[in-house]
Design a protein around this ligand. Structure first.
Ligand SMILES: [Zn+2]
Length: 145
């Protein structure tokens, strides 16, 4: 069964938007962790080696270190994120190839103005991703950003 929703703390969505805004005009990259019941709740921003509006170069080691940081907080890695400073919060062709069956992709886009648009994608039946409905879970989010 393909998952159609992603439960997220409201604070996580706000933090994704803030991090992407702070990174402008460049792309930002990071990982997202979920709690024991699968609610996406925290993120770790990965400092890129180099970044432009269209690309952020991060090493696999840096991604793995960020994932380890989430695990040390008692979370599991539920996905990755990056921003599209000049584009929509929809997967590019390269993003589509990158989405794995066990990780969601959170995208933050600015195509429609200065307010960040946060969307979540998962691998579909074919190679093209499906958008997950973000279900906001209110409460103590504990998001660090
Ligand atoms: Zn992308």
């Amino acid at each position: 069964m393909v998952t159609t929703t992603m439960a997220c703390r409201a604070g996580l969505i706000a933090s994704l938007g803030r991090i992407a805004e702070r990174g402008l005009p460049n792309e930002v990259v990071g990982v997202v962790g979920a709690d024991e019941v699968g609610v996406a709740c925290e993120l770790v921003n990965v400092e890129p080696q180099d970044a432009t509006a269209f690309c952020a170069s991060v090493s696999l080691d840096a991604i793995e270190a960020a994932e380890d940081e989430l695990r040390q907080r008692g979370l599991h890695v539920v996905g990755h994120f990056h921003s599209h400073p000049r584009g929509r919060a929809a997967p590019s062709r390269a993003d589509s190839a990158y989405i794995t069956p066990d990780r969601a992709l959170f995208l933050i886009g600015f195509r429609d103005g200065p307010t960040p648009d946060v969307r979540c994608w998962a691998r579909g039946h074919g190679r093209y991703p499906v958008e997950l409905t973000i279900r906001i879970i209110e409460g103590d989010d504990g998001v660090l950003a």
